[in-house]
Design a protein. Structure first.
Length: 75
């Protein structure tokens, strides 16, 4: 699933935490949600209007399918 726009909730929260001093143009930004075989979000990848990835959130689940870890990366 892909969502576009600077008002997409996950990208707004990511930018608040990680890009506090950086002011880029995010009107055409893309949030790409990667779903695993269990229909859970595995990864959210954020890219700007030029297609450059500026961050990711990786979701790690235990053997029962419960979320264990949420890792965020700035690229």
């Amino acid at each position: 699933m892909i969502q576009f726009g600077k008002d997409e909730p996950w990208s707004e929260e990511f930018r608040k935490v990680f890009n506090t001093k950086k002011k880029d143009y995010f009107d055409g930004q893309e949030s790409r949600f990667i779903i695993n075989e269990s229909s859970q979000i595995e990864l959210i990848r954020f890219s700007n209007v030029q297609g450059m990835v500026y961050g990711e959130i990786d979701f790690i689940y235990d053997h029962l399918g419960f979320l264990m870890v949420k890792l965020a990366f700035i690229t």
